[in-house]
Design a binder for this molecule. Structure first.
Ligand code: DON
Length: 304
């Protein structure tokens, strides 16, 4: 498969979408990003790399970090994790409070904000130096130890993070947060602020694509079955109230972030990351989704 040529074709074909949507503005630091950027990178299981556009430019990975958090929590807690967070699609916005109230503080899944905030609390319970250990895991799985938190983005989100604070309070009311609320939010926002490029992200997702193999990175160990199950959760919950649409159009397990990034895997073949800051109403990258739809359509390769 000539992925290099396919990436070039895709870039041409998505141009009509180039000015649709806008970058996340509820995090002021993200509103300042030039929205007219696009990058894409594929890493195959055979370790071949194909890139197009701004594929080595770092951006805020935001909710894509929730996949790393899930890998760490599953490694540390095993199936006990599922006592505190569910694994059903939410059908609601990533920052919705409604379900959380009705379902008494048990988030629907680890990929909505409430679920990731509970995972953050779990990581705080287990790790001695949470921020350092989290970053070390990301360094190890991506093979890039230059990756860092963007403290300006984290702070900018904290200063406006009323909804996430409300979510954390509601979780705490229902006894699903052990640590101090400010401590949890601080670490959660830092995770979201991590900057990676499409190149880094596709590399970091390769172990998820390679789901027949167990993995260990910096002491975070998952069985092949656990890796496969993370893919299952990406498939059903990776795009919030757009998970069905993504499954329908693209047909790959994936995870989006409001920084405009999407990482996805074609199991046993490749991992792919795409980035373009303009988002649709559901908080997912317009060009990113279109590019992945074209990728799986043009190659006739998807999990279905
Ligand atoms: O907590 C938030 O709202 C952001 N830091 C992350 C949300 C996000 O990326 C949702 N993804 N599409």
């Amino acid at each position: 498969m000539d992925y290099q040529q396919i990436l070039k074709d895709i870039y041409q074909k998505i141009q009509p979408y180039a000015s649709i949507g806008k970058q996340a503005d509820y995090i002021p630091a993200l509103a300042k990003i030039n929205p007219d950027q696009f990058g894409m990178c594929i890493h195959t299981i055979q370790n071949k790399t194909f890139m197009h556009g701004e594929a080595i430019t770092g951006f805020s990975i935001q909710s894509i970090s929730k996949v790393f958090s899930l890998a760490m929590c599953l490694s540390l807690e095993g199936d006990n994790l599922w006592k505190r967070v569910g694994k059903e699609p939410s059908g609601t916005a990533f920052n919705s409070l409604v379900q959380l109230e009705v379902e008494k503080g048990i988030p629907r899944n680890p990929f909505i904000n409430a679920g990731a905030i509970v995972m953050t609390d779990i990581l705080l319970n287990h790790l001695k130096y949470p921020e350092e250990e989290y970053l070390r895991f990301v360094h190890s799985i991506s093979g890039n130890n230059q990756i860092h938190y963007n403290e300006e983005v984290a702070l900018s989100e904290r200063e406006n993070g009323y909804l996430n604070a409300a979510i954390t309070n509601l979780l705490k009311y229902h006894h699903n947060i052990d640590n101090d609320i400010e401590r949890v939010l601080h670490f959660y926002f830092l995770q979201c602020s991590i900057e990676m490029s499409c190149y880094d992200l596709s590399k970091a997702f390769l172990p998820f694509a390679n789901h027949k193999q167990a993995f260990t990175f910096e002491g975070i160990t998952l069985t092949a079955s656990q890796v496969k199950r993370i893919n299952a959760i990406m498939q059903t919950c990776g795009f919030y109230d757009e998970a069905g649409e993504f499954s329908y159009l693209v047909g790959l397990p994936g995870k989006s972030g409001v920084g405009g990034g999407i990482a996805a895997v074609y199991p046993l073949r490749y991992s792919v990351a795409v980035w373009s800051p303009r988002l649709n109403q559901k908080g997912n990258s317009v060009m990113g989704i279109k590019a992945l739809e074209l990728l799986t359509t043009q190659t006739q390769e998807s999990i279905f």
